[in-house]
Design a protein. Structure first.
Length: 278
């Protein structure tokens, strides 16, 4: 796909995510908007998947370790063709199956149920190890938050994944610098992330999480790295695409009111229309 086509998919995904959170009057919009480009690159260009056969044993796997960001994952799955966009209207509704965290039982395309932060990377490591044992060629991707990696299980998993030389696994950290209580640098400083992952035996790649050419190059480098797992540190902007949400920790997990929704929707629609013209 061209960069413009990917940008357009991501822009539509952001609008769908906003509509989901507003309709449900709850949800985690900030980190979903920051992760949208990474997910778009994965599902529309990087991963070998078939929406018509979501359980294909040869498919690549994705684990949303920061599981609260379904307003990014579900729109991308819908746009990729796993289910109709109309099902997004059931997000966080007792009438439907689109829960606030990924549900591998009821939502086509979800490879792992997540939500309790810190567990997703360990699950991805198990999938990657199984692939090695079974002689499969699939790859596993796990998206973590830079607040989430304060959880100790992330680093336990990082050690194990390095021990078993799982070069079929690629971790991605959504480095937007913010978490629910404020800046990650204030809540629990985690930098330097590059040196820390390198010390755990990982191949570290830095990327602009909102630049598709940068992401494309990063995933290519990860796939070509052998003998050790790779991690992409994707620098992003929390609330990307909505002016008053950008770099604002207050938008980690709340829904906009009617006035805020209209402003956010107008900005996202304008971005879509601009890309369609180009």
């Amino acid at each position: 796909m061209t960069v413009r086509e990917l940008e357009l998919k991501a822009a539509k995904g952001r609008l769908l995510g906003l509509e989901m959170v507003y309709r449900a009057a709850s949800g985690h919009i900030g980190g979903s908007l920051s992760a949208m480009d990474v997910l778009t690159e994965l599902y529309f260009e990087v991963m070998k998947v078939n929406p018509e056969a979501p359980h294909d044993p040869e498919r690549d796997r994705f684990v949303m370790s920061k599981g609260h960001c379904t307003p990014a994952l579900y729109p991308v799955l819908a746009l990729r063709g796993y289910f109709p966009e109309s099902e997004l209207e059931l997000f966080r509704s007792i009438k439907g199956h689109m829960s606030g965290h990924p549900d591998m039982v009821h939502v086509p395309g979800v490879d792992m149920s997540t939500g309790s932060l810190g567990q997703g990377l360990a699950c991805a490591g198990g999938m990657a190890l199984a692939g090695k044992v079974d002689g499969k060629d699939y790859r596993v991707y796990a998206l973590m938050g830079d607040g989430e990696i304060e959880e100790g299980e992330i680093w336990e998993a990082a050690m194990a994944i390095h021990k078993y030389k799982l070069d079929n696994l690629c971790g991605i950290v959504d480095v937007n610098g913010l978490q629910i209580d404020g800046a990650t640098a204030d809540v629990m400083p985690s930098e330097p992330l590059d040196a820390k992952f390198a010390a755990f035996g990982w191949h570290v790649i830095k990327a602009d999480g909102h630049d598709f050419e940068s992401l494309r190059a990063a995933f290519k480098e990860a796939a070509e790295t052998k003998g050790q797992p790779s991690v992409i540190l994707a620098r992003t902007t929390k609330g990307k695409g909505v002016s008053f949400m950008e770099n604002n920790a207050g938008w980690h997990g709340k829904a906009p009111n009617a006035e805020q929704y209209e402003q956010a929707r107008a900005e996202l629609v304008a971005a879509i229309e601009k890309l369609e013209v180009e």
